[in-house]
Design a protein around this ligand. Structure first.
Ligand SMILES: Nc1nc2c(c(=O)[nH]1)N[C@@H](CN(C=O)c1ccc(C(=O)N[C@@H](CCC(=O)O)C(=O)O)cc1)CN2
Length: 295
């Protein structure tokens, strides 16, 4: 039996449709400011998508472009101005920043109530303590995709997250814990990683290593939520061509897993959908609006 594919593109479209419906029910229009520093081609693509999908959902999008030569003070001054701008509900600093800039310091300048990426220390603290707050987008997308495959109640499932990054691994572990899952965080020093992965009901590789997870790392019938988006050479497509693959070897894992996310078309599209959702939530909290039920 081959695994059922989890359609991240479709689920993300459903989330965005709910966001658009919620926006229509609000007394005003939420606004998202996206800050891009430098000209990293992948970041430019992501930022263009964020701007377009924010507007498609009926919200205001403000794009700030700084040159790759921008100083730490210039980045942080812009964030301070956006914090003080009452018309802005959400601030997103596109990552990675150009070499020489301190990402952590810049992120910490974002007003936690406008932190639609959920990456400030206050947001991380709220998540850790189980308090209301804005949750990181990609991990939130992983939980939504797991629920779309397995149903709303994930309690008791054993989740193995491979990777301990601040952007994905750690918050994903906390979000699955909040769903009453039993969570293991595995990483590069984990002993016998394949054996640990085989204990997972839900396996979440998030390490950025193309095709690392093999079929014999997967418990038969398990759900595989692949966070990796890796561009590798694809000589079969022609000289200099590339293609995207996940952290799991899809062809090897598909016959073993029960459900599996493809790359592309899996977790990736959920990141922006969850960002739009967070922008509505931030606007409601800041402006004292009740969150529309449709969200
Ligand atoms: N401030 C942030 N920076 C970055 C984040 C983030 O969540 N916040 N995540 C990534 C990039 N990212 C959004 O910013 C992102 C990555 C991938 C996708 C996506 O839809 N991917 C598609 C494939 C797209 C392609 O062809 O290249 C897919 O997987 O189907 C959306 C957003 C790093 N930076």
């Amino acid at each position: 039996m081959s695994a059922q594919r989890i359609d991240g593109t479709g689920v993300a479209a459903q989330v965005r449709a709910k966001v658009a419906k919620a926006v229509k029910a609000l007394p005003g229009q939420p606004a998202l400011a996206v800050v891009l520093v430098g000209e990293d081609p992948a970041s430019q693509v992501y930022v263009r998508s964020k701007v377009r999908l924010t507007e498609e959902a009926g919200m205001v999008s403000v794009h700030h472009q700084l040159p790759a030569t921008a100083t730490q003070a210039e980045v942080e001054d812009l964030i301070a101005r956006l914090n003080a701008d009452d018309t802005i509900d959400g601030i997103l600093l596109q990552l990675p920043l150009p070499k020489g800039l301190d990402e952590h310091s810049a992120i910490e300048c974002i007003d936690p109530d406008k932190d639609v990426d959920g990456l400030t220390e206050v947001s991380a603290g709220r998540l850790t303590l189980g308090k209301p707050g804005l949750r990181p987008c990609t991990p939130n997308g992983c939980v939504i995709l797991a629920k779309s495959a397995l149903g709303a109640d994930l309690s008791g499932r054993h989740v193995v997250v491979i990777g301990r990054s601040i952007l994905v691994g750690k918050p994903a572990a906390l979000l699955f814990l909040a769903e009453n899952c039993t969570v293991t965080i595995a990483h590069s020093r984990t002993a016998d990683l394949p054996a640990v992965c085989r204990t997972a009901d839900i396996l979440v590789p998030a390490v950025g290593r193309p095709n690392m997870v093999k079929g014999d790392w997967v418990k038969p019938g398990a759900t595989l939520i692949d966070v990796g988006i890796n561009r590798i050479p694809a000589s079969e497509k022609g000289e200099g061509k590339t293609r995207l693959v996940g952290d799991a070897d899809f062809a090897d894992c598909e016959p073993v897993a029960g459900h599996i996310t493809p790359v592309p078309g899996g977790v990736g599209p959920m990141t922006i959908a969850c960002l739009l959702r967070n922008t509505v939530l931030a606007a409601c909290t800041r402006r004292g609006w009740s969150v529309p039920e449709s969200l």
